[in-house]
Design a protein around this ligand. Structure first.
Ligand code: BGP
Length: 457
């Protein structure tokens, strides 16, 4: 069976500056939280591999872009490194401007549309030390940074993203110890989340005011929430709260311009009072996104909360679905239909806003064992993963979902926040020691898919 995707469908991959560029402090880049954390506690990082050990896009972007073209990409998403562009928060780093301008030109020249994100978990250390997103001033600084990016690169980029997965630094940094500041504090989490949303809306406002003809959006990691049972009210409530806190807390204000009333109610229940002004809410209301990017890896399965539990346990608890298919390497459930459920939710509850899959991919540990005698990684599991998800995405598009693209995570094996190079995600294999690139089997499969705009079984 072959299934066609809409004309002009975007095919490509996503990555981020901090995970791919390398080049550490070269040409004036200042530290972000990851550089700082690694310097202080390298043992927290898998095999003590720090953020400087990347595929070296900073030096290799020309050959990488040639490779992207060979794999059939017509688009590519990466992020600007905030501390490379404005190291001290005041002065624009002209070396960084010329690097990014060259990259965007190179992409455009090859017919690969750059989709440029402003923030991918890389808080400048300078701001982190002043409270990061908990500090309202960070939203002001972010908006200044965004304006600089629009002015310096607006002629080369027409699809902009404010944040990638804004909830992740909140969840992992304020309800977990996987991002800095690594504390457990629900109130601080909400305040930091609010300032992130405010920063987003201020950047959207600046973009609209700038008169650029392009579009601006946000990328959210939406995890459809499924209850353990469909007839137990407590399980249903659990799914409702998981969705409210982890999906709708950014989705609703970004698309609809307002926080869900139930979220406000939740904060009251928890005794959380935020500091904000009426003007902040007005900025959020007036600056909705043009498009949405969705990162989809796995669903969230939950069961009834524990009334005596603490924190969010009161509302929901994780649930291991016995029938779940688990990616043994990353421990994440693989549930292809989740992509369809997201598409239908966006169609029916978020005015069918134009959206695209901004990340979907499979991380595998010890991939070298799948190498054939010619040295090519036979990653059929990755091909199946993409193909199965795309099948469900295609069905949603047939049912009127306004989805206009699919980006895989990722182009080339890259450094990751929590696992460094433990799990490989690339269509292209990176030999970390030599820096050499080798296409995996999935790269050829992707090229056939993108070039034909057609999924074939
Ligand atoms: C997403 C992030 C990416 C990337 C990916 C894979 O949440 O946007 O930056 O890292 O997940 O996750 P991991 O590398 O932790 O397996």
């Amino acid at each position: 069976m072959s299934r066609n995707f809409p004309d002009q469908f975007l095919w490509g991959a996503a990555s981020s500056g901090p995970q791919m560029e390398g080049a550490g402090s070269l040409n004036g880049k200042a530290q972000n939280v990851w550089d700082y954390w690694f310097e202080k506690e390298p043992e927290t990082f898998y095999q003590q591999i720090g953020p400087e050990e990347t595929s070296g896009f900073y030096h290799h972007y020309k050959e990488d872009i040639v490779l992207m073209k060979e794999i059939g990409f017509n688009s590519f998403r990466t992020s600007i490194s905030w501390t490379r562009l404005i190291p001290d928060g005041l002065q624009v780093n002209e070396e960084a401007v010329s690097f990014y301008r060259d990259v965007f030109k190179e992409l455009n020249d090859k017919g690969i549309k750059p989709i440029i994100n402003l923030y991918h978990f890389d808080m400048p250390v300078r701001l982190h030390k002043q409270g990061g997103w908990e500090n309202r001033e960070t939203a002001e600084e972010f908006s200044r940074y965004a304006k600089i990016a629009f002015t310096r690169f607006g002629d080369l980029v027409d699809e902009w993203v404010t944040f990638n997965e804004p909830i992740v630094p909140i969840e992992m940094g304020y309800l977990n110890d996987k991002h800095l500041p690594a504390v457990y504090d629900l109130k601080r989490a909400f305040q930091a989340g609010f300032h992130t949303m405010l920063a987003h809306a201020k950047a959207v406002k600046a973009f609209k005011k700038s008169g650029h003809s392009g579009k601006i959006g946000i990328i959210l990691n939406l995890m459809p929430s499924y209850p353990r049972s469909s007839d137990e009210k407590n399980d249903q409530d659990a799914a409702f709260y998981a969705d409210l806190l982890f999906n709708r807390s950014f989705l609703d204000p970004a698309v609809k311009g307002a926080y869900p009333a139930e979220l406000v109610e939740f904060m009251k229940q928890e005794g959380i009072t935020l500091s904000f002004t009426g003007e902040d809410l007005e900025i959020i209301r007036a600056n909705k996104i043009d498009f949405l990017g969705v990162n989809y890896y796995q669903p969230r399965r939950v069961q009834a909360g524990d009334p005596l539990g603490s924190g969010l346990d009161k509302y929901f608890q994780p649930y291991q679905w016995p029938e779940a298919k688990i990616n043994p390497h990353r421990g994440w459930e693989i549930y292809e239909k989740g992509i369809y459920d997201i598409a239908i939710t966006i169609r029916d509850h978020y005015s069918n806003i134009p959206w695209f899959i901004a990340e979907n991919g499979m991380g595998v540990e010890g991939e070298e064992r799948f190498e054939d005698e010619k040295g090519i990684i036979q990653d059929d599991y990755r091909i199946d993963f993409m193909s199965d998800h795309l099948g469900w995405l295609h069905k949603a598009i047939e049912e009127r979902s306004n989805c206009y693209g699919y980006h895989v995570w990722t182009f080339i094996d890259n450094w990751s926040w929590l696992n460094e190079y433990k799990n490989r995600y690339g269509l292209v294999r990176l030999d970390l020691a030599s820096g050499k690139r080798y296409k995996k089997k999935s790269a050829d499969w992707f090229n056939a898919l993108a070039s034909s705009n057609q999924l074939t079984d």
